[in-house]
Design a binder for this molecule. Structure first.
Ligand code: PCA
Length: 215
């Protein structure tokens, strides 16, 4: 039996829920492709705690693949992230009030890590299912990027593939917004993650494709 570790985040920035956790939680303990089990766990939206919690999960779950998921406020589709950078530069305080500005994620670490997931194949498969998706060239500089960087750093050279996906708001989070804000239903987010996981498990060499890039 293989294990895919999925992580989602607790709510942050005054939200009462985080779609990344809602979607990931819905897949916990699900069997995929008969021989692969999903294990879903929550990460704190806290710079000083998330990396240690992630490393503890890698040690206890011993996954064969890891996909970390976060909310990308304002994202219009399921964003398959390409690159994690060695930089914390928080626009808002985290859930403990910490707001690092221009600090490295890992002292002396490389400037960046690429996702080791087949990101273009994942985008293509999602779109083929009728789910809006694209490759994203930045996971930002907040806790999601920090977790993504720590994940790639921890698994570098192990052969265990890993990456990060940003999901949009849920419709109920933006219904009262003064300006229109993009959203996606939980059902579509969950189905999107399922397709993304299956594609990642099935694809060893990524495709050459424009990946739905808009810029
Ligand atoms: N999104 C934030 C952190 C937690 C989350 O779900 C981010 O994009 O950094």
């Amino acid at each position: 039996m293989r294990t895919v570790l999925l992580t989602g985040f607790e709510p942050f920035d005054q939200d009462t829920l985080n779609p990344s956790w809602e979607a990931v939680k819905a897949l916990d303990q699900r069997l995929i492709k008969e021989d692969t089990r999903i294990v879903s766990r929550q990460l704190p939206c806290v710079f000083s705690q998330a990396p240690a919690r992630l490393r503890e999960l890698l040690e206890t779950v011993r996954p064969d693949m890891v996909i970390a998921v976060g909310l990308g406020p304002g994202r219009t589709d399921i964003a398959i992230e390409r690159v994690a950078i060695n930089l914390n530069d928080a626009r808002i305080p985290d859930n403990l009030g910490d707001q690092p500005i221009d600090t490295p994620v890992v002292m002396e670490g490389p400037a960046a890590y690429f996702s080791t997931l087949p990101i273009k194949a994942m985008v293509r498969a999602l779109r083929a299912e009728g789910i809006p998706a694209s490759v994203s060239q930045t996971a930002g500089t907040f806790v999601c990027n920090q977790v993504f960087y720590c994940l790639q750093h921890a698994l570098a050279g192990t052969g265990i593939r890993s990456g990060f996906i940003h999901v949009p708001f849920l419709p109920q989070q933006v219904a009262l917004a003064p300006q229109p804000v993009a959203s996606m239903t939980l059902e579509t987010q969950v189905q999107g993650l399922r397709v993304a996981i299956i594609t990642a498990l099935d694809t060893w060499v990524d495709i050459l494709d424009s990946g739905g890039q808009v810029s």
